[in-house]
Ligand binder design. Structure first.
Ligand SMILES: NC(=O)C1=CN([C@@H]2O[C@H](COP(=O)(O)OP(=O)(O)OC[C@H]3O[C@@H](n4cnc5c(N)ncnc54)[C@H](OP(=O)(O)O)[C@@H]3O)[C@@H](O)[C@H]2O)C=CC1
Ligand SMILES: O=CCS(=O)(=O)O
Length: 252
């Protein structure tokens, strides 16, 4: 029987690329996200290669997650890898101009959603034991501050620390935990962050060479495919053409 991976946010970007990469590697796929049509398209694309189960799921809904896990068909129950990828940034403006609802949406998705899914899958992953993995999508924004990152960066700092703390508690169970922290990667991320501003997205990723979704998918698949005794704690990854910036100084 093939290994089973559950991916949140499989309808776009890293999640969709990861679905394709895991399919290439022969894993059975549980693909989730809010957009049913995209899940159906992905199932159609991949189901002649590997077994695919899809579930429309908003990670903010803890009860819905329990239902999805309880309703997993035979053959998809012994999940070996959980990829906590669903997430978003909103409100690119400075904190003092940001909408409170946008802050709540980021907290509810990036923190509460990730915690909801993890809590529901922990018993299964522990039962799977040696070689099981949780990969959490953090961000360079969880460690490095920049203007307009406010709640988004803070939510990813939570992801990093939660990953480390989980590792401590899961020691002895065989379940591995990894925080993958990408820098600039071209996906629908900026389109979502800017409320659908394609020009802003094109400008951000233009005239440089951002990471591609496939780069991160490769790292996710690599991380969970390492021998069971190897735990990658954190992977921070940037495009070669991106680096840190100097401190900002307010001058007269
Ligand atoms: N692109 C980048 O530069 C970076 C991104 N990241 C992180 O990587 C992860 C993936 O982002 P990326 O692929 O770039 O962005 P995309 O916008 O392309 O994909 C985001 C995915 O998250 C899903 N999602 C969002 N909200 C919810 C929700 N409430 N419930 C379920 N699924 C949800 C979306 O699916 P749907 O709308 O169908 O629900 C979509 O599949 C995010 O956590 C992001 O913060 C980290 C570092 C860099
Ligand atoms: O998490 C995404 C990368 S960035 O936009 O914060 O640099």
């Amino acid at each position: 029987m093939s290994d089973i991976v559950l991916i949140t946010g499989a309808t776009s970007g890293f999640g969709r690329a990861a679905a394709r990469r895991f399919a290439e590697a022969g894993w059975s796929l549980i693909l989730t996200g809010r957009r049913a049509e995209r899940l159906a398209d992905l199932e159609k694309e991949l189901s002649d290669k590997v077994p695919v189960h899809t579930a429309v799921l908003d990670v903010r809904d803890a009860e819905a997650i329990k239902d999805v896990v309880a309703a997993l068909p035979e053959g998809f129950r012994a999940v070996k890898a959980l990829i906590n990828n669903a997430g978003l940034a909103l409100a690119p403006e400075p904190a003092q101009k940001a909408d409170l609802d946008d802050w709540h949406t980021m907290i509810d998705t990036n923190i509460t959603g990730l915690v909801n899914v993890t809590h529901s899958l922990l018993p299964t992953l522990i039962e799977t034991g040696a070689g099981a993995s949780i990969v959490n999508l953090g961000s360079v924004a969880g460690q490095w501050p920049y203007p307009g990152s406010h709640v988004y960066g803070a939510s990813k700092a939570f992801v990093q620390q939660f990953s480390y703390n989980l590792r401590c508690d899961l020691q002895g169970t065989g379940v591995r935990v990894t925080d993958i922290a990408p820098g600039m990667a071209e996906t629908e991320f900026t389109l979502v962050r800017t409320g659908g501003d394609q020009a802003a997205s094109d400008k951000l990723y233009g005239d440089t060479t951002p990471l591609e979704a496939e780069d991160i998918a490769e790292l996710i698949c690599y991380t969970v495919s390492l021998p069971a005794h190897v735990n990658v704690n954190r992977l921070e990854v940037m495009p070669t053409r991106q680096a840190w910036s100097a401190f900002a100084v307010d001058r007269d």
